[in-house]
Design a protein. Sequence first.
Length: 188
Amino acid sequence: MENGGRPVYEDTTSPAEQPPRKGRRSCGCTAARLGVPRLLLKASQLGLSFLAFVLEEVLEVCTSCGGLYFFEFVSCSAFLLCIPILAMYCTSLYERVGKQQVKQLDFWIVTIVGLLFLLASIVFSATKDGTPVEIAAIVFGFFASFAFIADTVVMLLDRCRARNETPQENPVRLPSEAEHQPLNNQPA
């Protein structure tokens, strides 16, 4: 279907130009979605919960182990839940899952883990034997719980700031005069 030696659909079927990539990204990983302060907060959550978990794992003896087992469960869960959240923010999963879903999931995980970590640290400190390793695990547990709670506060402040920046719609909408006029100046 040529017209004068030129394809008919040439202008409409040319491939779209791809925008140039900014900088080199290895494996699609980027920290731009979190920003440096939140990325450091997430990294501290990961590191502190890991240290608390490792320190309670090296304990050899416990007399009242209920608090230790609860602390072990919460610190391990916190560490393991930090990894996929960080992976979602730093990879293309962020777009696939959806910005709002990732933020909502992150908010609820961080809030619940922060409160449970605080509770587990309090229970473990009440049932400890007093060894230096236990005290170190408890200290890292409190630091981790404060990092999770600080992240919750930051997310709440971001939500409030976003709510204040969006303009409020007029809830009462009065019809304009043009809406009562017939189309094309034809009688109704």
